[in-house]
Design a binder for this molecule. Structure first.
Ligand SMILES: [Zn+2]
Length: 359
């Protein structure tokens, strides 16, 4: 892939902005020192602009101003489904959901994504007997975004989690002071993670959370802040948030009486459905808003159907397909046919399962 192709440049720039925000909590016009990723993104953007004889942002504030502009930018040609109307990388200097989604495709993993990768490598090395531990580890992170020290200690004694104790401890951090209000920690009742307060307004780490900016969704935790831990932000973002959608889907499939493996083959898939007679469907749920970036991710990771599975299906939540007409076609057209993937909305897939099991 060309390092200076518009999609790669934009992905690196987005990654740089996300890391800057993590570093400073809010990238302002004085945003130095800023992380190397932002520097790389900025350099690549400048090179791309120069090649086309377009003006380059001469300063960090000018670059941030550009990032406040709606996509697509002049000189930055992107394919169908790369942005939704009104998408921009920054809004009032805060990274947007669009920015976070695009950053995910930059390829260089954030530290906390690396933790999940190290857990997987560790489990794969030890062999299939660690599959239940991996499953339990991942589910624990989804279900317990905030907990007490003592609860983490209890978890480390669970037989299934014991092989992954060091990773489990590494996954959590003390709750930072920015989450305190009147000396108390508040969590969002929808996503379960800590909220940060901006005036009287609670903000979730995930801007699309139904609880974001809704004071009624922020619930104080009864225990003192010193006793509390929270999942690191990257893990909340890349494990807990998608996990909420996964669990809802799981409940719906199980209601149809289908046997489901969770995170089979060490996370090659989210689920494997057993439909009887040896027929299995491998399922990956992808809650991405913009199909262009998802297609790019599926291409670069070479996601493909394994010989043991009858079908391999990428499932997209209904609201995503509704928000972006042509969503499934973009995937169909932009991912290699030989990868053997199929694309379905959640309701379509559930209808197919129902039909298959005669429910
Ligand atoms: Zn929330």
């Amino acid at each position: 892939m060309d390092a200076y192709s518009p999609d790669t440049v934009l992905a690196h720039l987005a990654r740089g902005l996300v890391e800057t925000e993590r570093m400073t909590q809010a990238p302002g016009t004085t945003g130095l020192p800023y992380p190397p990723s932002l520097h790389i993104g900025w350099n690549r953007l400048s090179r791309l602009m120069l090649r086309q004889g377009l003006p380059i942002p001469p300063s960090l504030p000018a670059l941030l101003d550009l990032c406040e502009q709606p996509l697509p930018w002049p000189g930055l040609e992107l394919g169908e489904g790369a942005w939704l109307p009104g998408d921009r990388l920054l809004a009032s200097r805060r990274v947007t959901e669009a920015c976070i989604e695009i950053a995910q495709t930059a390829g260089d993993l954030e530290q906390e994504e690396q933790l999940m990768k190290r857990v997987l490598d560790h489990c794969r090395l030890r062999g299939p007997e660690l599959q239940p531990s991996y499953e339990r580890f991942r589910t624990f992170l989804i279900e317990r975004p905030v907990l007490r020290n003592i609860e983490l200690l209890d978890a480390t004694r669970e037989p299934e989690l014991r092989p992954l104790v060091d990773f489990l401890k590494e996954a959590y951090e003390s709750v930072p002071p920015s989450c305190l209000r009147d000396g108390k920690v508040y969590v969002c009742k929808h996503c379960g993670w800590t909220v940060t307060w901006h005036g009287g307004e609670p903000r979730c780490g995930w801007q699309q959370c139904p609880g974001d900016r809704d004071p009624r969704s922020a619930v104080p935790v009864a225990h003192p802040s010193e006793q509390l831990l929270r999942l690191r932000e990257g893990l909340y973002r890349y494990v807990t948030v998608p996990g909420l959608v996964e669990q809802e889907f799981l409940r719906q499939v199980q209601r149809l009486g289908v046997k489901v493996d969770l995170y089979p083959d060490f996370d090659s898939w989210d689920f494997r459905l057993h439909l009887g007679g040896g027929e299995t469907w491998a399922i990956d749920l992808k809650d991405w808003a913009r199909p262009f970036w998802l297609a790019r991710e599926l291409r670069t990771t070479r996601k493909h159907r394994h010989a043991q599975d009858t079908r391999a299906i990428i499932v997209i939540p209904d609201r995503r397909v509704k928000e972006c007409p042509g969503y499934l076609n973009v995937l169909q057209n932009c991912v290699e046919e030989e990868q053997g993937l199929e694309y379905r909305s959640t309701s379509k897939l559930l209808a197919e399962v129902r039909e298959r099991v005669g429910g």
